[in-house]
Design a binder for this molecule. Structure first.
Ligand code: BGC
Length: 719
C-alpha cells in the first residue's frame, strides 16, 4: 500500500478520525466491538479501504467477553500466570512462548493489538496493579518483556508497551503528578521501556495516565518525542491510556498519535468530542498539516501490518490444549520455594488436609483490565485430587460448601464503578471449628494452608490487616493448625496465592514450608500439586524483594500528598528502588531480590571475566550437586566504583537460567554485558566512571558465589 498516496487522498476529517478511537465499545451507548469485550477500535475509512482495527487487553491473556448475545458459542481465552509470576521464571523462552500463544489467541479471535505487556516498576508493594508488572528491576523487566513482545508479534499481532511512564500507583492515577529526578527516570523507570523499544520494536507504546514532572505523559513532548523517538528510535505509534490527559490538541502535538478509546466526554462530562476539538485547533492553525500527516503516516504504517488490514480470516478456535500446556509450563517455572524445613516435596502417599478458602476459590489473577475469562481455573483442591494426592475430602468439601454459601450470601462480588467492575469481598477464614482441625490433625500426615489475596485496577492495596498483613482470622488459622499438627509431630506448609508481597516475618516460624504460588492462571491447582509432589522442581526466583515489614520500604511518599486526595507524589528515594535500597542502606529484607530455593543444590565454579573496548564477558560453570534434576537461575550483579556519582551497592546486569540439569550435570555459561550498560546517567550522558568493577555472580542478590574484579577506564556515551 502506498501510504503517501492514501494520505494525499484523505480529507482532514478523515485524517483526524484516524487519530481518535471510536469510543469505549459496548458502553455509554456505543456500539459493541466486532470482538465483544475488546477495549477499543480505530475508525474505519471505507472510501479508502482502511478497516477498523481491534484492541484488547491484556497482560495475563486476551481479555474478551466469553459470551455473546444470541450466540451459544463461547469465546474463552487462556489465563496465563500474572506478569510477576512470569518474571519469577527468569526464562526468556517461556516469555516468548506465552507471548506467542496470547498473540495467536488474539489473531484467531480477530484482535489486532494486544494491550500488553505492562512493565511499570514495582516501586512500592502496595500498587494495586503490581501483579500486571514484572519486577522492581528494569533489566529483568526489559529482557523478559522483550521476549514477550517478540512472541506476540511473531504472530503478526501488535503489542502495546504500557504504561509509559512512571505509573506506579492506582490512587488518583488520572491526575497524580509524579515528581522524579531525571537520573531515577533514566536508570529505573524508563530503562525497561528503553530495552524493549530497542530490542523488540513493539508496534505501539501506551502513554500513562499520570503527569510526569508536571505534564501529563500523554501530553509530554519530552517523553513521547525526544526520548522515545529521537533518542531510542521508536517507529511505532503511541496511543493514550483510556481517557487519559486533559487536552487532545496537546496530545497530538506532543507525539501521542492515537487518542483512546475516543469520546472522552462519555466519562468526563466537561470534555468535548476530540475530533471536533482537533478540527477547531487545525482551523486556528494550532496544529499543522505536517503534524497531522506525520501522525497519520505513523499510524497507517503499523495498521497496514494488522490482520484486519490483510483481511485475515480468523477461526474463533485457538488451540486451547496447546496454550493450556504453555500456561502450565510458565506457572511451573514461576513458583518460588521460600522456606523448606524438610517438608517438600511430600510423598504421593501422604494424607493431606488443606485449609483456607483459597483452596476452593484459588485466585488465578487480578481484576480490571489485567483479568481474563478462561474456560476453567483448576482450584488447589481440585488440582490435588486430580493428581492423586490423598486429600482430606471432609475438610475440602466443607470449604467448598461454605464458599458457595458465602458467595451467594453476604460476600457477593459488589459493583464499584462505572465500568461495572466486580470486586469480590475477602472471605472470612474463621469458618472451621477447632474440633475439625483437631480431627484433621489426627487423621492426616500434614497440613497445607492457603493464603490468598486479590488486587487490581483502580485501587491500591493497603498496609492493613487482611491485605499487606494477615487478617486476625488468617493468623488464628495458621496458629491453630500449626499447634495441632506440630503437637503430633506433623508439618505445615503455607501456599501464598498472592499478587505481591505480604508481611510474613512475624509468622514464618509457625510453619515448616512456604511456597509462593503467585496468581498462577488457569492451571493453578495442577501446577501446585506437581510442585508439592516433586514432579516439578521449583525453579522460580523473586523478581521483587519481600521486606520484613512495610515500615522498611523506601518509597515512604506512596501514594502521595495530600493524604486524603494525593495530587503529587515525590520519588524521594530516587534511584534506590527495591534491592538497590536494601543493599546500599544495609536493611535486611525477609527474602531478597533473586531469592528462591530448589529441591536440589547447585555449585558455581571457574569464573573468568574478560573485557574489550565494548563488552565484558563473564564465563562460569554451574553443576547440579544435589540428588534430583533441576534448573538454576544465575545472576550477575556489578558493583561499580564510587567516584563522583552516588551508586547503588550493586545492580543486576545479566542473568541466565540453565537447562534442566540432571544430578552431577554441568552447564558452561557465558554472559556478555556491554560497557554502555554499566554506566550511570549524568547530565545528558551515560558515564562509565573509571575504577574497579566487581563482578558478582550469585544464586540471589545476597548469595554471591563467585567474584572477580576488572579495572575499566572512563568512557562517556551519548543518549
Ligand atoms: C488501563 C490499561 C488498559 C486500558 C484498556 C486502562 O484503564 O490502564 O492498561 O489497557 O484501560 O482496557
Amino acid at each position: 500500500m502506498d501510504i503517501e498516496k492514501i494520505i494525499s487522498q484523505m480529507t482532514v476529517e478523515e485524517k483526524l478520525k484516524l487519530l481518535v478511537g471510536v469510543g469505549l465499545p459496548g458502553m455509554f451507548g456505543n456500539k459493541s466491538s466486532r470482538v465483544p469485550g475488546a477495549a477499543g477500535e480505530t475508525h474505519q475509512i471505507e472510501r479508502l479501504k482502511i478497516p477498523s482495527t481491534v484492541h484488547a487487553d491484556g497482560p495475563a491473556g486476551l481479555r474478551i467477553d466469553p459470551e455473546r448475545e444470541n450466540d451459544s458459542n463461547k469465546y474463552h481465552a487462556t489465563a496465563f500466570p500474572i506478569a510477576s509470576m512470569l518474571a519469577s521464571s527468569w526464562n526468556k523462552e517461556i516469555l516468548f512462548e506465552v507471548g506467542k500463544a496470547m498473540g495467536n489467541e488474539a489473531k484467531e479471535y480477530g484482535v489486532d493489538f494486544l494491550l500488553a505487556p505492562a512493565i511499570n516498576i514495582h516501586r512500592n508493594p502496595l500498587c494495586g496493579r503490581n501483579f500486571e508488572y514484572y519486577s522492581e528491576d528494569p533489566i529483568l523487566t526489559g529482557e523478559l518483556a522483550s521476549a514477550f513482545v517478540e512472541g506476540v508479534q511473531s504472530e503478526g499481532i501488535g503489542t502495546s508497551l504500557k504504561h509509559f511512564a512512571a505509573n506506579n500507583q492506582e490512587t488518583n492515577r488520572m491526575k497524580i503528578d509524579t515528581i522524579v529526578s531525571e537520573r531515577a527516570l533514566r536508570e529505573i523507570y524508563l530503562k525497561g521501556f528503553e530495552i524493549v523499544v530497542k530490542k523488540a520494536k513493539p508496534w505501539t507504546v501506551m502513554s500513562a495516565y499520570n503527569k510526569l514532572n508536571g505534564k501529563y505523559c500523554s501530553q509530554n513532548k519530552w517523553l513521547l518525542t525526544k526520548v522515545l523517538r529521537e533518542e531510542w528510535g521508536f517507529e511505532g505509534f503511541v496511543m493514550s491510556d483510556w481517557f487519559a490527559g486533559d487536552n487532545p490538541v496537546e496530545q497530538i502535538k506532543a507525539g501521542n498519535d492515537l487518542i483512546m478509546p475516543g469520546k472522552t466526554y462519555n466519562v468526563f462530562k466537561d470534555r468535548k468530542d476530540e475530533i471536533k476539538e482537533l478540527k477547531q485547533a487545525y482551523e486556528k492553525g494550532e496544529i499543522t498539516d505536517d503534524i497531522i500527516n506525520e501522525r497519520v503516516r505513523t499510524i497507517l504504517n503499523i495498521l497496514m501490518k494488522t490482520p484486519s488490514f490483510k483481511g485475515y480470516k480468523y477461526s474463533n478456535a485457538p488451540d486451547f490444549e496447546k496454550h493450556a500446556r504453555i500456561s502450565y509450563n510458565a506457572a511451573s517455572e514461576g513458583v518460588v520455594l521460600l522456606k523448606n524445613n524438610d517438608v517438600l516435596p511430600f510423598s504421593a502417599d501422604a494424607k493431606v488436609s488443606i485449609f483456607g478458602t483459597g483452596q476452593i476459590e484459588t485466585v488465578k489473577g487480578g481484576f480490571g483490565s489485567g483479568d481474563t475469562h478462561p474456560r476453567y481455573t483448576i482450584s488447589i483442591f481440585e488440582g490435588f485430587k486430580e493428581k492423586g494426592v490423598k486429600v482430606d475430602e471432609k475438610i475440602g468439601n466443607f470449604y467448598k460448601e461454605k464458599v458457595f454459601e458465602l458467595r451467594n450470601g453476604n460476600y457477593r462480588p459488589n459493583y464499584v464503578n462505572e465500568f461495572n467492575l466486580k470486586i469480590p469481598p475477602k472471605l472470612p477464614e474463621d469458618i472451621l471449628d477447632e474440633s475439625m482441625i483437631d480431627e484433621a490433625s489426627e487423621t492426616n500426615d500434614l497440613a497445607i494452608i492457603v493464603i490468598s489475596r486479590i488486587s487490581g485496577e483502580f485501587v491500591d492495596r493497603r498496609a492493613v490487616k487482611g491485605d499487606y498483613y494477615l487478617s486476625d482470622d488468617e493468623q488464628k488459622l495458621i496458629e491453630n493448625v500449626s499447634k495441632k499438627f506440630h503437637s503430633k509431630g506433623k508439618k505445615v506448609i503455607v501456599l501464598l496465592n498472592i499478587g505481591g508481597p505480604i508481611e510474613i516475618a512475624s509468622w514464618i516460624e509457625l510453619v515448616d514450608g512456604l511456597l509462593l504460588i503467585w496468581q498462577p492462571g488457569q492451571e493453578a491447582g495442577r501446577v501446585v500439586a506437581d510442585v508439592c509432589l516433586g514432579t516439578v522442581n521449583p525453579s522460580g526466583k523473586l523478581p521483587t524483594t519481600f521486606p520484613k515489614d512495610y515500615q522498611d520500604i523506601p518509597s515512604k511518599s506512596f501514594p502521595g500528598k495530600p493524604v486524603e486526595n494525593p495530587l503529587e507524589v515525590v520519588y524521594e528515594e530516587d534511584i534506590y528502588v527495591g534491592y538497590r535500597y536494601y543493599d546500599t542502606f544495609q536493611i535486611d529484607p525477609l527474602f531478597e531480590f533473586g531469592y528462591g530455593l530448589s529441591y536440589t543444590k547447585f555449585d558455581y565454579k571457574n569464573l573468568i571475566v574478560k573485557h574489550d573496548d565494548e563488552n565484558i564477558e563473564i564465563c562460569f560453570e554451574i553443576e547440579n550437586s544435589g540428588n534430583v534434576e533441576g534448573k538454576e537461575i544465575a545472576q550477575v550483579y556489578v558493583k561499580a566504583p564510587k567516584a563522583r556519582l552516588d551508586k547503588p551497592f550493586q545492580e543486576l546486569k545479566g542473568f541466565y537460567k540453565t537447562k534442566m540439569l540432571k544430578p552431577g550435570e554441568k552447564e558452561e555459561i557465558s554472559i556478555k554485558i556491554a560497557l554502555r550498560d554499566l554506566t550511570s546517567f549524568c547530565k545528558d550522558k551515560w558515564v562509565l566512571e573509571e575504577g574497579e568493577y566487581r563482578i558478582r555472580v550469585g544464586a540471589s542478590s545476597r548469595d554471591i558465589r563467585l567474584e572477580e574484579k576488572v579495572f575499566l577506564k572512563e568512557k562517556v556515551f551519548n543518549l
